[in-house]
Design a protein around this ligand. Structure first.
Ligand code: NAD
Length: 305
């Protein structure tokens, strides 16, 4: 099977993921699907013109049938946050779309790995898993990969260290109840907490900026897409090339820390089949409390749909 990806939704996020895959020369083929035919035709044409500068990705307007020989399907369709809205405000509108399209994807290919990007990503990931419980390790949401990247960027900038040498996560909901895991944060392999590299008020400021970044970006330019475009394409690349990389994606919790039957982000190993391993993560008592709070928030929203 070739390294093919089908992206459902050719708006700002879907097209930026495709662009980032082209820049990585990661996929052999990318099919784009959207209800707006004029838009998807135009996006594909524009994206095709980026290919000669980078590699050989074949990019085309597609349909659900393209999932049949794709390794990964990425869902980015639906409505996005407007000024003043939280991600959870989108739930009713996007849940209806997800209920319709997830069966169309698995009907074509029961082995495909499904990456949810549409918000609220944790709720919609759980919805997809509730529709296909036997595929729980094949279904994941982009979760807090973006929030963690924002976090690492801000820590790196504050300390004048390359963010790639900062290992730090924001976990839980991709949204307002997410939390920073300072107890595990490392520079190289040195624990940040043990050396008190950052004062408490600086840590609070960094987390607040990371958590509220989407609101700030939406205020200025209506939507966010470069960060998630790069993050989601990295996740897809990891699946296509079986990288076995540890990433904080949204997935079904099965009891760790008393959290069960809810999707949120904790670090897991990602490879060709999807989630290839769940790993033991050491959280402080306070962080465990924040994790359970995040799970409660998500559970309450899920029950309301
Ligand atoms: P957008 O409006 O630019 O694009 C959405 C596209 O979905 C549109 O082109 C629309 O025609 C299409 N669409 C709607 N219903 C469809 C259907 N049934 N089938 C196929 N296509 C359909 O929005 P965007 O800025 O690209 O955002 C897309 C989603 O990604 C939003 O839910 C947004 O909140 C989310 N998002 C997630 C993250 C994250 O970190 N998870 C980050 C940014 C945005």
């Amino acid at each position: 099977m070739k390294n093919k990806v089908t992206i459902i939704g050719a708006g700002m996020v879907g097209s930026t993921i495709a662009y980032s895959l082209i820049m990585r020369d990661s996929a052999e083929e990318v099919a784009m699907v959207d209800v707006n035919e004029e838009l998807v035709e135009a996006q594909v044409m524009d994206l095709q013109h980026a290919v000669p500068f980078t590699g050989q990705t074949e990019i085309k307007v597609g349909a659900y049938e393209d999932c049949a020989d794709s390794r990964v399907a990425v869902i980015t369709c639906g409505v996005s946050q407007k000024k003043g809205e939280t991600r959870l405000d989108l739930v009713e509108r996007n849940a209806q779309i997800i209920k319709q399209i997830v069966p169309l994807i698995f009907e074509q290919n029961p082995d495909i790995v499904l990456v949810m990007v549409t918000n609220p990503v944790d709720i919609l990931t759980r919805l997809a898993i509730d529709l296909f419980p036997e595929k729980k390790d094949q279904i994941m949401g982009s979760g807090t990969i973006l929030d963690s990247a924002r976090f690492r960027h801000l820590i790196g900038r504050e300390m004048n260290i390359n963010p790639r040498s900062i290992h730090a996560y924001i976990l839980g909901e991709h949204g307002d109840s997410e939390f920073p895991v300072w107890s595990m944060a490392q520079i190289g392999n040195m624990k940040m907490d043990s050396c008190e590299y950052l004062a408490e008020d600086k840590k609070e400021e960094i987390f607040s900026k990371a958590k509220n970044a989407a609101y700030a970006i939406i205020e200025g330019k209506q939507s966010t897409y470069y960060g998630i475009g790069s993050g989601a394409s990295y996740l897809v690349h990891t699946i296509l090339h079986d990288k076995k990389t540890v990433l904080p994606v949204s997935h079904l919790m099965t009891g760790a820390y008393g959290v069960k039957d809810v999707c949120l982000s904790m670090p897991v190993v990602i490879g060709r089949g999807g989630i290839t391993k769940r790993i033991c993560v050491e959280l402080s008592t306070e962080e465990q409390k924040l994790l359970r709070h995040s799970a409660q928030v998500l559970n309450d929203v899920y029950k309301s749909i």
